[in-house]
Ligand binder design. Structure first.
Ligand code: EZ4
Ligand code: CO
Length: 402
């Protein structure tokens, strides 16, 4: 079998997705996700100009060799753009291999270790009352685990929460929205949110929170400590992780479990955090951390340090990544949880998929391959639109972490 053609499809059924389609001379094809939110076209150029020409004519069964060829062979290793391109190719090749083997991907990985995959939903609101309502709504839908994000009084927009129409105009111009942030106000407010949530929902629902890289280690340590009475499932991305040893301080001060790694691209980004047992959940996901090949390596490594998996699964990773993650989730022995933000109708339409969601649980389905396809005619209806994530500033104007 030989790789005959590689198509890179960019479409925006509500948000931009970059999809790789690898077609073989035997008619089998595979699909991969290569989306980097806000920098999509860089991956498209990387794939079209630099990757595809090298792969035509190669044997698609040689997944490991192709992975190493694209990783070591580029000389310039790692980084989100390179790794998204490798991930997209890798997912498509595993899809082809599983189709050739006439098996769902999870069978090739070693078979199912569980019957269903626990996932968590997002709930958010500007006021505590709104957050409570949003969490209750997710509970009614059957979610056993819910990430709660709250606005901070006096601040217009906080991560994931936006209210005014003005912001939508800025979004329409497709430039980054600017938000304003105060760590001290946030730290005072968040424990009150979880105190109220525990009062209302009791102890049978897992509650999670994402600090989105905005704290210093000592601030994260204090937040973790103050949240201990409310028994969070985890505190996510408390501190930027370029300095992994910063997490030692967090760890020394709190028993609130720590989750990290949605923006990591390789095992090297996660190595020290895992080895020193500074985190409890590793959040790498197939589109950003090297596809099935990269993710499997990270997760096996994590398993010997008591670190469990928690694949990133926001709306900006495509249903192809979701499907791929679900096959890994079903197999991986040290599974923790899967993030699931859901998708718009147009996204489901563009990516027909065998995976399914019911209440708080997901399953990859029994289709051969990873079970996710792309409808190229539907993709044509939704052309790419430039779009960015917001940026974040302190009240004095200093650029901060979003
Ligand atoms: O903000 O994927 O846990 N989930 C998250 C996400 C990220 C987006 C950025 O593109 O933090 O919602
Ligand atoms: Co996050």
């Amino acid at each position: 079998m030989k790789i005959k053609e590689i198509r890179v499809i960019v479409a925006s059924p509500g948000r931009n997705f970059v999809t790789v389609k690898i077609i073989t001379d035997e008619g089998l094809y595979g699909i991969g996700d290569a989306t980097v939110n806000g920098r999509e076209k860089a991956v498209v150029a990387y794939l079209e100009d630099h990757v595809a020409p090298c792969l035509i004519g190669r044997d698609p069964m040689q997944i490991e060799d192709i992975w190493q060829y694209l990783y070591r062979g580029a000389y310039w290793r790692r980084g989100p753009i390179t790794m998204a391109a490798i991930s997209g190719v890798d997912m498509a090749l595993w899809d082809i291999k599983a189709k050739a083997a006439n098996m769902p991907l999870y069978q090739l990985l070693g078979g199912a270790s569980r019957g269903r995959i626990m996932c968590y939903a997002h709930a958010q609101g500007r006021t505590i009352a709104e957050v409570v309502e949003a969490v209750q709504e997710k509970r009614e839908q059957g979610f056993a685990a819910i990430r709660a994000q709250a606005g901070v009084p006096g601040f217009e927009s906080i991560y994931g929460i936006r209210k005014d129409k003005k912001k939508l105009t800025t979004l329409a111009k497709a430039l980054p929205v600017e938000e304003v942030w105060s760590t001290s106000e946030y730290l005072r407010h968040i424990p009150k949110v979880f105190e109220k949530l525990r009062d209302v929902v009791g102890w049978n629902t897992h509650l999670l929170h994402d600090a989105h890289h905005r704290l210093t280690p000592i601030e994260a340590a204090r937040l973790g400590k103050e949240l201990e009475p409310f028994r969070l499932f985890w505190l996510e991305d408390a501190v930027p992780a370029e300095l992994p040893e910063g997490y030692r301080l967090v760890r020394q001060h709190t028993t609130t479990p720590i989750a990290l790694g949605e923006i990591f691209n390789t095992i090297w980004d996660a190595r020290q955090l895992i080895e020193e047992q500074l985190i409890d959940y590793i959040r790498t996901t197939s589109v950003h951390a090297g596809g099935v090949t990269g993710l499997r390596r990270i997760f096996d490594f994590a398993s010997i340090y008591h670190v469990r998996t928690a694949c990133h699964g926001p709306t900006d990773v495509s249903p192809v990544t979701m499907g791929t993650n679900l096959h890994i989730d079903l197999w991986v022995p040290n599974f923790g949880i899967q993030e699931y933000s859901g998708y718009r109708e147009a996204t489901h339409e563009m990516f027909p998929h065998a995976w399914s969601w019911k209440g708080g649980y997901l399953h990859p389905g029994e289709a051969i391959g990873h079970g996710v396809d792309i409808d190229e005619a539907v993709a044509e209806k939704y052309p790419y639109k430039r779009a960015y994530l917001p940026v974040n500033r302190l009240e004095d104007g200093t650029l901060w972490h979003w």
